[in-house]
Design a binder for this molecule. Structure first.
Ligand code: EPU
Length: 431
């Protein structure tokens, strides 16, 4: 298994490009099940989660195509960020445990399958490294649209001849739940309203895609989404928005190393909460044509953070900011409100010399003068990213093991960070 090796110390300087959004791509690829024909998506990040979603769609009967490799000797390189999906006939409606257990977002085929094919059987995802993560809101919404839901043998089966529009009130805003219901409502008969909907930019992006396909969705990006169901949707060509969490991770890397980095191809309006907290930590953040420039402060100031649904501070940036807080002059308090078990990085950071105390959902971080490199490993994606960040400023060598978590969400992070001056490489064959 690969590991990432980092020699800490250098300030990061230069420019870095952000890839397409993983969490926007996943529902959009699933949405291709709502159409019959070939859709082409650009700026899809080349990540393991994307390959898992394509494998799942293939099991269901879609053809997934990456661009043909360039002819031998040709200078033209195939773009690995284009995915073409052809969904003529659905031959299976089951998302099996083997795939769902490796990627919870597999649940995103539930809404499209019931809406277009009248039936879906999806393995229940169960708990994961960051918390219990139930899907009751997805099921409650589908039931309100007339689906018959049965839970047995670890699977949920949803059946409906044709879903009908309904008032869907979510008890809590859920990102993939809102996405599933929006896709289901797009082909339901009549009008649906999703209340207390998630407002994340990825939900808005999915609505844009559905509307391009011929759906009638209004209000995405606010907490009330209206959908007028249509009889059919058509395939499209679309370029995916940039990944705000990858962008945020690079911005923290710049601040933490007291560097000066232009993070290219990101959308500042998706990063307001992150930018505000970077500024509180003393960083200088400015919008420039083509991206956001972050200059790290000489002294990092403590920051208090509470994770919230968008537009609040994202849970997916909590672990990265915790690393920043370990190097601050003073005490920071972080409260994790979205997932109950998202502090898996704390024990590993402690092994690198961090001073962090956890009390329930709250972490109290006292800044320390130095972190020291160590072999570390994490059991989820954003925790792994935080360990890479810690490695960038730790004295000596850090080896981040089990990088398959990292590879689910960051496209070759070592290749992107190296040109900025980071001493980082991938090594093969570590446990
Ligand atoms: N929840 C329920 N019932 C439900 C659905 C959610 O109780 O039916 C709870 C969850 O347990 C959690 C909260 O509601 O406490 C919010 O969860 P949400 O459903 O919004 O999370 P998700 O849709 O499963 C997406 C992202 C996550 C990101 C969260 C929160 C995708 C594919 N995943 O997950 O991304 O952390 O929203 O913003 O979009 C990541 O990229 O590393 C990642 C984990």
């Amino acid at each position: 298994m690969d590991a990432i090796q980092i020699e800490g110390g250098p300030r990061l300087e230069g420019e870095i490009r952000v890839s397409g959004s993983k969490n926007a791509s996943l529902p959009i690829l699933a949405a291709s099940l709502l159409t019959s024909g070939s859709s082409t998506f650009h700026n899809v990040p080349a990540l393991n989660d994307i390959r898992t979603m394509c494998r799942l769609l293939e099991l269901l009967g879609a053809e997934a195509e990456l661009p043909a490799p360039a002819p031998k000797g040709s200078r033209r390189k195939a773009d690995p960020h284009i995915v073409k999906l052809t969904t003529k006939a659905i031959k299976d409606t089951t998302a099996p445990y083997e795939l769902v257990k490796t990627m919870r977002a597999s649940v995103l085929v539930l809404g499209p399958l019931v809406a277009r094919h009248g039936q879906a059987r999806v393995s229940l995802p169960g708990g994961c490294a960051i918390g219990a993560r139930p899907i009751d809101q997805h099921l409650k919404g589908l039931e309100a649209m007339g689906a018959k839901i049965v839970l047995e043998h670890g699977y949920v089966t949803a059946k409906a001849k044709r879903l009908r529009g309904a008032r869907l009130v979510c008890d809590i805003p859920t990102v993939t739940g809102t996405e599933n219901l929006m896709m289901a409502a797009a082909l339901a008969k009549g009008h649906s309203t999703i209340e207390n909907a998630a407002r994340e930019p990825e939900v808005e992006e999915l609505a844009r895609v559905l509307n391009k396909m011929g759906a009638r969705v209004r209000g995405a990006g606010t907490s009330v989404i209206d959908v007028d169901g249509v009889d059919e949707l058509h395939p499209i060509e679309h370029a995916i928005i940039p990944d705000r969490i990858e962008a945020g991770t690079f911005m923290v890397a710049a601040a933490l190393t007291r560097g000066n980095v232009l993070v290219r191809d990101c959308l500042p309006e998706h990063l307001d909460a992150v930018i505000a907290k970077l500024r509180s930590a003393g960083a200088t953040v400015t919008a420039e044509s083509g991206g956001i420039r972050v200059k790290g402060p000489t002294t990092i100031l403590p920051v208090d953070i509470t994770t919230q649904p968008f537009p609040g501070f994202p849970t997916d940036m909590q672990a990265q900011f915790m690393v920043l807080a370990t190097r601050a002059k003073g005490q920071s308090v972080i409260t994790e409100n979205i997932f109950e078990n998202r502090y898996m990085h704390v024990q590993e950071l402690a092994r690198m010399g961090a001073d962090i105390m956890i009390e329930g959902r709250t972490a109290i971080i006292r800044g320390v003068p130095r972190l020291t490199g160590a072999p570390v490993m994490a059991t989820d994606l954003r925790a792994s990213a935080s360990l890479i960040l810690a490695g960038l400023v730790a004295e000596g060598r850090t080896e981040v093991l089990r990088v398959y978590h990292l590879d689910r969400g960051y496209e070759r992070i070592e290749k992107k960070l190296r040109p900025l001056g980071a001493r980082i490489k991938r090594v093969k064959g570590r446990m």
